[in-house]
Ligand binder design. Structure first.
Ligand SMILES: [Zn+2]
Length: 282
């Protein structure tokens, strides 16, 4: 759009010249001219300053990832509910808009907030109480998603919490609604490709990666995973080409003696790091 405007601007003076030639006797020519200018002044000033965003992928237009998105939204029966911590929405590198762009609108719902009460979110409450709804949250009470018997007659809903580990934990434990659905986890060998952001462990996946793996399992279709991951891979390689550094997981850094931050004094944190190095799932 910015380029389009520039193009019109460049063509402007030539038009004026032509106008001058065709209407030398008319006094209305300067008026027409000023009217033309008025139109330009009315354009909002921010337009040239704000980076225009692509309406589909949410990325700045110059780095639009739409060529890496499926031409048509994927046909899936599973519906995703992404519960997004407010801090996640303002991050520059967000993966949820990319995920949403791969799926039909009614199959990927994003709710932003920290607290989700039954009164304020009656639709979500109904979803949580449905026996076909699962929540992706690893832990002692979680079943491997691959072992879940999916009742194919009714479409399933998977709730995914989008945020850092502590934000996700906070959302899970402080909202009783999220403890109603069956708790599931992914036992995947997929290593996070989202190398731009440091993940606590190599197997800690971004929301988009979790959704890709979960959808492939639910829909019994491996190609879904590749399709959903493609824009993320493009995003990462683009960022790396433009100077972003590979962020290895803390686990990788510790194991390879590359962790250069001071070790925590807090005993609990130190213990967590020991567990990370020794491959204990935390
Ligand atoms: Zn785009």
């Amino acid at each position: 759009m910015e380029e389009e405007m520039l193009a019109t601007g460049a063509a402007g003076p030539r038009e004026e010249e032509e106008e001058g030639h065709t209407a030398p006797t008319s006094v209305s020519a300067p008026m027409e001219d000023s009217e033309g200018c008025e139109g330009l002044w009315e354009l909002p000033v921010e337009l040239s300053e704000r980076r225009p965003e692509c309406s589909r992928c949410g990325r700045p237009q110059k780095v639009c990832l739409c060529p890496f998105l499926p031409v048509h939204p994927l046909k899936v029966s599973t519906c995703l509910y992404i519960i997004q911590h407010p801090a996640e929405e303002s991050r520059v590198l967000r993966t949820v808009p990319l995920l949403a762009a791969c799926l039909p609108e009614d199959k990927c719902k994003v709710l932003i907030g920290r607290r989700f009460s039954e009164d304020r979110y009656p639709e979500l409450a109904t979803v949580c109480k449905n026996s076909n709804t699962l929540i992706l949250y690893p832990g002692a009470g979680a079943t491997n998603l691959e072992e879940i018997n999916i009742n194919s007659s009714d479409p399933c809903v998977i709730i995914i919490i989008d945020g850092t580990w502590s934000q996700a934990k906070d959302i899970f434990f402080k909202n009783s609604l999220f403890r109603i659905p069956k708790q599931v986890e992914l036992k995947t060998s997929l290593s996070s490709q989202y190398v731009i952001r440091t993940q606590p462990t190599n197997t800690c996946l971004s929301t988009l990666e979790c959704a890709a793996v979960a959808l492939a399992i639910m829909e019994k279709n491996e190609s879904i995973k590749e399709t959903v991951l493609r824009p993320l891979q493009a995003l990462c390689s683009f960022q790396l080409q433009h100077g972003a550094q590979v962020h290895h997981s803390k686990e990788h850094l510790l194991k390879n003696g590359l962790y250069d931050k001071p070790m925590p004094k807090n005993k609990r944190k130190l213990r967590r790091m020991e567990l990370l190095v020794n491959n204990v799932k935390i």
